[in-house]
Design a protein around this ligand. Structure first.
Ligand code: GN1
Ligand code: MG
Length: 385
């Protein structure tokens, strides 16, 4: 799609670089093999990701080359320090399948975990994991497996040594700050789009009083600070293609200090509803109670006694808050002219916002029933211990 179709846009979606250039990137990394080809993956909203094949000793081996978006990640070197530390720690804890295997970073020929290309682009590489990635859960056991995998991730990082990880994106899940940015985008309305999304703006404004709930509990130290993934969506898990076994967790760019509820909220957001993140048919956007139960079960079984009372009390709310926060971010980006998330069509960010807000509404409608589910599973676990 051409830039002209999105007047004022800075982010026109996924544009693939030529295969030869991908081979040149690959040549900078310590890969023993002959470059065969490379393919752009279009699932992510931020970085540029390519899967490249190499011939190694007569067989084909795949690697992932990824260019970091430096408009979003302003300090990619610190990001890579975070990522290496987290992967080293997870690797030292890994006891084999069925727990997801930590990613394996490939160093450059001069021993670094990243390189720059001639245009200044910042690249890293890791071994490709053969398997499948789903955008939504199609069975409750899949949802349980993903929640368990992120629970194990959380559990393995509980004794992560100091110093603290760098903040790769400051205030990433600070919903009140996200709300303030949204309000200022409404006020400035630089693209003249506010009138087209008045309903969504009103929906957001009506929920202003709730945006600080988790942030305030964290500031008051009533919610424990932990190291969390911060993008705990099903699309960041690679499954074994023949089963529901989670092979690996992807995308450690936003692993930072935060509340575990930020991850739990994303698990709810991406698996309790059967529709994709940008589903246009809003009647398809509603929650499935049995999948919610599966998510809670998977998370509890990995974390066992680790969850605090305040965390348990806000699990249902976190699903709503994280869906709301992401809807708000999509809406803000729409108002600002699609400058942050990659879009594949005009109004894509507005469609994504509508889907998230419909999910918020559905979670509000089912809140009481979902709270009962958390209490029941908690009681089962307490009874067992
Ligand atoms: C973005 O690029 P990707 O798909 O990993 C975003 C997350 C959102 C997610 C929604 C750095 O992640 O916060 O939850 O899209 N990442 C960043 O799919 O903003
Ligand atoms: Mg991500």
């Amino acid at each position: 799609m051409s830039r002209e179709m999105f007047p004022g846009a800075h982010n026109t979606g996924h544009t693939s670089m030529d295969i030869h250039s991908i081979g040149e990137i690959g040549a900078k990394f310590d890969i023993a093999g002959r470059f065969l080809d490379g393919k752009l993956l279009t699932a992510g909203h931020i970085n540029d990701t390519y899967v490249a094949s190499y011939e190694v000793d007569g067989s084909v081996k795949k690697y992932v080359h990824q260019r970091i978006n430096e408009r979003v990640f302003r300090d990619p070197e610190s990001l890579m320090v975070n990522m290496s530390r987290v992967l080293d720690h997870l690797t030292s804890r890994w006891e084999g399948a069925p727990a997801p295997r930590p990613l394996h970073l490939i160093r450059t020929r001069d021993g670094n975990v990243f390189c720059r290309d001639e245009a200044g682009g910042f690249w890293r590489t890791y071994s490709h994991i053969d398997g499948v990635v789903h955008k939504t859960a199609t069975t409750a056991s899949q949802a349980e497996a993903v929640a368990w995998a992120f629970g194990m991730f959380q559990r393995d990082l509980v004794d992560f040594p100091s110093p603290d990880l760098s903040e790769t994106i400051p205030d990433f899940h600070d919903t009140p700050k996200r709300f303030a940015v949204f309000e200022s985008a409404c006020a400035s309305d630089p693209q003249g789009r506010a009138a087209a999304c008045k309903r969504e703006i009103d929906f957001a404004l009506a929920r202003k009083s709730e945006v600080g709930v988790i942030q305030d509990l964290m500031l008051a130290e009533l919610l424990p600070k932990r190291i969390v993934h911060n993008d705990a969506k099903i699309g960041n898990v690679v499954f074994d293609s023949g089963s529901d076994a989670p092979l690996a967790i992807l995308d450690l760019d936003t692993v930072m200090t935060g509340s575990l509820l930020h991850d739990f909220g994303d698990l709810v957001r991406t698996m309790v509803c059967g529709a994709e993140e940008d589903e246009k048919l809003l009647e398809l956007v509603s929650i499935r109670e049995s999948y919610f139960e599966a998510v809670v079960r998977g998370y509890f079984s990995a974390l066992r006694g680790m969850l605090s009372d305040a965390e348990k009390a806000h699990m249902v709310f976190s699903g709503k808050l994280i869906s709301f926060e992401l809807g708000l971010r999509f809406l803000t980006d729409y108002l600002l002219g699609d400058v942050y998330f990659k879009i594949d069509r005009p109004n894509h960010n507005l469609d994504r916002c509508r889907t998230q807000f419909r999910l918020v509404q559905s979670l509000e409608e089912h809140r009481a029933a979902l709270d009962v589910v958390v209490a029941r599973i908690d009681a089962e676990h307490t009874g067992r211990s």
